[in-house]
Design a binder for this molecule. Structure first.
Ligand code: IMP
Length: 180
């Protein structure tokens, strides 16, 4: 089964601009401090890569893989597929997410990471879908809020595809799917 792109929602220059804006905010907020960036795989890998190159503060990077989606639907169950390699106790952690949708993944992750005694935790996401929230969660740095649409590109996938497109797009409706 394959899907096709219906429309471009966010052009590449807008993505580049919000990455620079967030990096400037983080550089200001953590001036003189070291941070531990936790990239939530797989969706945040491109955002993380762009973000770190704009950071002037000292930072470490680690990766965690979680899974909550099948196709376009949240299963509601968050599974840790890959845990961190490093100890975060006493560190200033920034969770780097691709998108916050229902907030369930983030809520689960934040609760888990607090049990490991970091000095602080903040959350940074490329995209936010506030209208879909099922649980209240604080998001400190947001690239761009979007309407309730399933997006792909800039790291975000549909069944593992479309992560590589450098802009953000919405897929065509199921009725317009084509089989290959
Ligand atoms: P949440 O737990 O519902 O907030 O979902 C978070 C995760 O679901 C994100 O990290 C994404 O991996 C995935 N997700 C949510 N909305 C989208 C979307 O529009 N496109 C692609 N993935 C999405």
């Amino acid at each position: 089964m394959s899907k096709r792109i219906d429309k471009v929602l966010i052009e590449q220059p807008e993505v580049e601009a919000f990455v620079k804006r967030i990096a400037a905010d983080i550089n200001r907020d953590y001036a003189g401090k070291k941070v531990m960036l936790i990239c939530v795989l797989k969706g945040a890998f491109i955002f993380l890569a762009d973000l770190v190159r704009e950071l002037e503060i000292e930072c470490e990077v680690d990766f965690m893989a979680v899974s909550s989606y099948e196709g376009e639907h949240s299963t509601g169950v968050v599974r840790i597929l890959k845990d961190l390699d490093s100890d975060i106790s006493g560190k200033h952690v920034i969770i780097v997410e691709d998108i916050v949708d229902t907030g369930l993944t983030l809520d689960h992750l934040t609760s888990l990471l607090w049990t490991r005694n970091p000095a602080s935790i903040k959350v940074c996401t490329a995209f936010d879908k506030p209208s879909r929230r099922k649980i209240d969660c604080t998001v400190d740095y947001i690239g761009r809020s979007i309407p309730d649409e399933f997006i792909v590109g800039y790291g975000l996938d549909y069944n593992q595809y479309f992560r590589n497109i450098p802009f953000v797009a919405v897929l065509a409706d199921d009725a317009e799917e084509t089989d290959e």
